[in-house]
Each structure stands twice: as C-alpha cells, then as structure tokens.
Design a protein. Structure first.
Length: 113
C-alpha cells in the first residue's frame, strides 16, 4: 500500500463567509468521507487561516504563506491506497469538490525507507 496526500485547496474568503448551515454541511461531508474511507485515512485536519502561517525562506522568516494567491491550502488527509486510482476514488468523496472554488490535489508520499 502507498501513502497519498489529499490536499484541499479553495478560496479562503469563501470559506470564511460560509453560513453556519454551510459549515455544518461541510463538517457532515467530512464525517461521511472519513466513515466511507475507514482505515484508509491515516491522518487529516483543517488548517488555520493563512494569516496565521509563518514561512521560512532562505533563512528569513516572513508572515503568511508565500505569494498572493486566490486558492490556499485549507486542509489535508493522509490516506493509504493500493494505487493512484484508488487514492483518486477516495478524493472524489471529499465535500469540497461540490464547490466551484475548491480543488483537491492527490500527491503520492515519497517512500524513503
């Protein structure tokens, strides 16, 4: 089995503007995702807003993520899957894919063992 990161990107302003009902729907979608994925989910969490990020670049510390961008990394899951197709099938169950401002990147984790 290989490990894959499911990186959830979206428009931070739209996430922050969600109504309580939309937030509840998103939370329910993630609960359904983790229930459906079962033991394939090794870890996963939402991330705090980009304003809380600190970036190290060339030994310098800066506030925020990196460059101005509309889409930001909002959360992740670390999953275990037999192959890329299986990881993509898991990613397709994420609730963010029902919103036009979101995307999910599926990236293999390099095995360094």
């Amino acid at each position: 089995m290989a490990k894959y990161m499911l990186l959830i990107y979206g428009d931070e302003q739209q996430w922050e503007a969600m109504t309580p009902e939309e937030s509840a729907r998103l939370d329910a979608g993630h609960a359904a995702f983790t229930a459906a994925a079962g033991s394939a989910v090794l870890a996963g969490d939402p991330l705090e807003a980009t304003g809380t990020a600190t970036t190290l670049r060339g030994g310098l510390i800066t506030d925020g993520p990196f460059l101005e961008t509309k889409e930001v990394l909002g959360g992740y899951y670390l999953v275990e899957a037999g192959d890329l197709d299986e990881a993509i099938a898991l990613a397709r169950k994420l609730p963010e894919l029902t919103w036009a401002h979101c995307a999910v990147e599926v990236r293999p984790v390099r095995d360094v063992s």
